[in-house]
Every structure is written in C-alpha cells, then in structure tokens.
Design a protein around this ligand. Structure first.
Ligand SMILES: Nc1ncnc2c1ncn2[C@@H]1O[C@H](COP(=O)(O)OP(=O)(O)O)[C@@H](O)[C@H]1O
Ligand SMILES: [Mg+2]
Length: 224
C-alpha cells in the first residue's frame, strides 16, 4: 500500500557542541490510509519530536518528509501551513482547548482559521462533534466536560477540514482507563470507516491492542 505520509532517514539534532542531543536518529517510516500506527518508546526516546516532524510542525535536521507524495522538506516556511491545513490533524496530550469557548466554539474557531465559509461553520462544527459522539455536549465549556469529552472535542477539531492524516501525541495520557479505551476505539473507527491514516504516540497497553502496527523508538532510533 502506498504511504500517505513518509519520513525517510529523518534526524533531529537539538543544540550544538557538548549540549547536543540527537532526538531522532535516521528514522524511516511510512503511514498508510486506513491504518493506526502506534509509536512506543521510553520517555525521552524522541516520540514527540518524530510526531512533530511527521506533522510538519518541526523541521528535521536532515532527511525527507513526504505528504501525499509531495516532498515537504524543501518547501519554504510560508508553504507549510497549507500542507498542515489540507493534510494533517494534530491532537495534543493536553487537549489545548480554549476555556472561554464552548466545545462547538472551539471547533468553529479552527474552521474559521482554516478559511471555511462563515455561514456554514456552525453546522460543520456540530457535524464534527457528532462524528466523535459529542453533539449533545456542544454548548458546554471545557470546564464542564469530562476528560474524555475534552479529548473528543480536540479530535473534532483535528478532523476539521477532513484531513487524511491524524497524528495524536499521548491522547489517553490524561484519561481514565475506560475513557482512554473509548478514545482509542474512536481512532480505530476513523481509520477503518473513514480511511484516515493515523499515527499515535502512547504508553498505553490498550493502544497496543487497538493499533494495526506498532514500532518502537529507543534513543531516537527505530528498533526492529
Ligand atoms: N526543544 C528541545 N530542545 C532541546 N532538547 C529537546 C527539545 N525537545 C526535546 N528535546 C530532547 O530530545 C529528546 C527527545 O525528546 P522527545 O521527542 O520529547 O521524547 P519523548 O516524546 O519520547 O519523551 C530528549 O532528550 C529531550 O530532552
Ligand atoms: Mg513526548
């Protein structure tokens, strides 16, 4: 199967001289439509750095990144936001919701930033919240949502614009076990029913059960 996201020999070096850290070391990896790929590894092994490179949030020091067959490593800074907007939804561990906006408004904000037609945004936000099973809670503020509901809201936001690739960094780290399983099941459904290509970073044994494929990072290197 052809990968919708490919990294080839990517490395990331932070700092220089004695304080230099090789966070990701010559990693080659592909992510295909319809799969949930789990990236595991101890703390500090480079998982967040690798996921950020895959999400075009961070540039590698060396190596290539291709999104939908297009080489992005050679693109200018001004072209990267479009690649992210059209291809990638990112879910963060800490949810990153705006506390003063309702769940629906949090999603609407992203749709607005992505340049969607203002008249359609309210309906689209509700549609996205419906996809993650949260439409009934759309009018609530983050403080009134459970951890799982907050994480679902951040998934709804990541789905805005229907990106083919979803990347999630420790999406269950702040959730209880049952809610974590719900969120992981949702990811698997998004891969299998909607054909999304999904990569998640997690230590969660439940993620291992639900993923189609697991890779391990150690000191920035992919273990085989
Ligand atoms: N912005 C940064 N500047 C310097 N070092 C960093 C930075 N981000 C991460 N690192 C270092 O890179 C290594 C990998 O970090 P990270 O990708 O966050 O690993 P993980 O997500 O697996 O815990 C660690 O040694 C970490 O201290
Ligand atoms: Mg991390």
């Amino acid at each position: 199967m052809t990968a919708v996201l490919e990294v080839k020999e990517v490395s990331k070096v932070y700092g220089a001289g004695a304080g230099k850290v090789v966070a990701v070391d010559a990693v080659t990896l592909g992510l295909s439509k319809g799969e949930v790929l789990l990236i595991m590894g101890p703390s500090g092994s480079g998982k967040t750095t690798l996921l950020s490179i895959m999400g075009c949030i961070l540039r590698p020091t060396s190596g290539e990144v291709r999104v939908a067959g297009k080489m992005v490593t050679t693109l200018g800074e001004e072209e990267l936001p479009d690649i992210r907007k059209n291809h990638i939804g990112f879910v963060f561990q800490a949810f990153n919701l705006f506390p003063s906006l309702t769940a629906a408004e949090n999603v609407e904000l992203v749709l607005r930033l992505k340049g969607y037609d203002r008249k359609k945004i309210k309906a689209q936000a509700l549609e996205l919240l419906d996809k993650v099973g949260l439409v009934k809670r759309a009018g609530l503020y983050p403080a009134d949502l459970s951890g799982g509901e907050k994480q679902r809201t951040s998934f709804a936001r990541a789905l805005a614009g229907d990106p083919p690739i979803i990347l999630a960094d420790e999406p269950t780290a702040n959730l209880d076990s049952r809610t974590g399983r719900e969120v992981l099941t949702l990811l698997r459904t998004l891969a299998e029913a909607a054909g999304k290509a999904i990569a998640i970073v997690s230590h969660d044994p439940k993620a291992e059960e639900l993923a189609h494929r697991v890779v391990f990072l150690e000191d920035g290197r992919l273990k085989t």
